[in-house]
Design a protein around this ligand. Structure first.
Ligand code: SF4
Ligand code: SF4
Length: 283
């Protein structure tokens, strides 16, 4: 049996909000019998784009993470729903608009905050994966169709095929700790969940300083190297994917034509941009 999954590539999302707007356009004011009652014009974000800024001037990046109902295979909302929330054989989870009326407890059951309460209709609501369109032969939901960068992909695969894809593309869930077996998989999520160490290296020779490319940068924690890289043509380096609470670490910088230097920094909850390091060369 093939099931739907959504792939979100965080590195490709530019926060254009097309996916959010396309979903609004599909559901606001539209009563889709058996799938979804109309979404209110204001308040609901069935696709909710989170933002995170990392680093400090001059090395800063901003990451956008579209979030939505994960259509979990082990869904707390299905368990709480008592028949009002259905898991379809194609993997899609539907909050039945006829059976879920008045059930605010279903909103609370989702650990991702992906269910929204419709005050006017007294109804819990979430993104349905556009199941009504897929059931009519559409190949992808509207959010995917409207994404100009390819950050979103919808695939229909067996569990085994999906497991291969997860391994090959290094996909991960938004919150592994929740263990709900989500069908939304993220690529490059480290840009949101992890930290980086970055900096700039200059080489000084005969009183002249210039960007130093090809310098080896070794990041050590407790004396053990945990990652390494080389400076680029602008003398810059970046080591990403670090635990945000790595703690005290040393950045050792070396180059065959210059004297080496070690600088100490602490990674505590945020990325670190080290001060410019100047390596001295022999005249
Ligand atoms: S993300 Fe929330 S609403 Fe969606 S299936 Fe999982 S528990 Fe249910
Ligand atoms: S449409 Fe694509 S690029 Fe635009 S916000 Fe959504 S996921 Fe990101």
């Amino acid at each position: 049996m093939s099931k739907w999954s959504l792939i979100v590539d965080v590195a490709e999302c530019h926060n254009c909000n097309n996916c959010f707007l396309a979903t609004k356009d599909e559901y606001v004011g539209n009563d889709i019998k058996g799938y979804s009652a109309p979404q209110p014009l204001h308040g609901h974000k069935w696709i909710n784009i989170l933002t995170k800024e990392r680093g400090q001037h001059p090395m800063v990046d901003t990451t956008y993470v579209p979030t939505m109902c994960n259509h979990c295979d082990d869904a707390p909302c299905v368990k709480a729903g008592g028949g009002a929330v259905e898991k379809r054989t194609d993997g899609i989870v539907i909050i039945n608009p006829d059976k879920a009326a008045g059930r605010r407890d279903i909103v609370e059951s989702c650990p991702y905050g992906a269910i929204w309460w419709n005050d006017e209709l007294s109804l819990p609501q979430a993104w349905t994966f556009d199941a009504h369109l897929l059931d009519r032969g559409w190949k992808e939901p509207r959010c995917v169709q409207s994404c100009p960068t390819g950050a979103l992909r919808a695939v229909k695969k067996s569990d085994d095929e999906m497991a291969v894809m997860v391994a090959q593309e290094d996909l991960e869930p938004l919150r592994a700790d929740l263990a709900t077996k989500p069908r939304v998989h993220y690529k490059n999520l480290h840009l949101f969940t992890k930290a980086f160490v970055a900096g700039e290296v200059l080489g000084e020779k005969n009183g002249v300083s210039d960007c130093l490319s090809g310098a080896r940068v070794s990041l050590k924690s407790g004396g053990t190297e945990i990652a390494s890289t080389e400076t680029n043509a602008f003398g810059e380096f970046r080591i990403d994917g670090l635990e945000p609470d790595l703690g005290a670490c040393e950045i050792e910088i070396s180059h065959s034509d210059f004297s080496g230097k070690t600088t100490k920094r602490t990674i505590k909850g945020a990325s670190v941009v080290a001060k410019t390091v100047v390596l001295k060369g022999s005249p």
